[in-house]
Design a protein around this ligand. Sequence first.
Ligand SMILES: [Zn+2]
Length: 331
Amino acid sequence: MTNHAANVGTALAMFFQLYGGSAFAQNTPDPIDAHLIAARIAAGFDFTGTLARLCVAPVAVPSTLQDLAPGPAPARDTWFIEPAKVFDNLYFVGSKIHSSWALTTSGGIILIDTLFTYNSEEEIIGGLKKLGLDPATVKYVIISHAHSDHVGGAKMMQDRFGSRLVMGGPDWDSIEKSVNGYPQGKPKRDIVADDGHKITLGDTAVTIVTTPGHTPGTLSMLFTVKDNGKPLNVAYSGGTAFNFPSTVPNFDTYIKSQGKMAAAAAAANATILMSNHTEFDNAVPKIRMMASRKLGEPHPFEVGKEAVARYFTVAAECAQAARLKLLQPPK
Ligand SMILES: [Zn+2]
């Protein structure tokens, strides 16, 4: 376990001591505590990583974000993980920390998110090849938002394979405005996704749900995968952490988007929750569990409609607590 993981574990244990008791929940008059308790209850055992990041250790961010150059690539063993087939038509080509998913269709591949610049070639192009898929058949790349851990391989896919890039308008703007963020070149503005936009390829469509908050142009998605032929609906949450400027209007936007995506996921009958960070959807242990899955057992990613709804409650309740903290008079 890394130091960071150990610290998060300790912080989470303390959090459970403080907000774990239902008696405490009934007696507390503090509205911030009430939101933290609601988040803890919604997280259950399914979303402790999300709870840890958003409720236990949220960050305070200054009002103007810095346009930083990417740091040096970390050691390969901190991020490298083998690719995996996860559904009949969905393949994981991500890292230990971040997700990249290849959705195969009758007309080629839709790739969702592209990791960092330093690891996208090995994990995505290398991963697709290891899985017997041809990276040249990636027709669309949907980027959930323009942060370096998701947009890093976009330019590579555009330049090398002519893949069409799909992103939210405000995030295309942020790429164009950035001075320091893209020392190896920027992806060129391509498709601007609006709410309800369907990216259709062959027999498959991905429906875009705009969920501003994490960034102004964050895209979440709905699509269908098949598990041994059985169709299952996925809600893909495109932005989670509170690393946007800590203001009440920004939290209001974020909270509204959580409700919007929860409603869209429910309407689509989504029973699978996916995120672009493995700490939020436990993708890595779930992929590992697939090796020992027996015939007839549920798919590790199929958490059910009720759990999908709880995920968005965790995000919204932690955001409510962080928003109220901003309104508290300084001590
Ligand atoms: Zn981000």
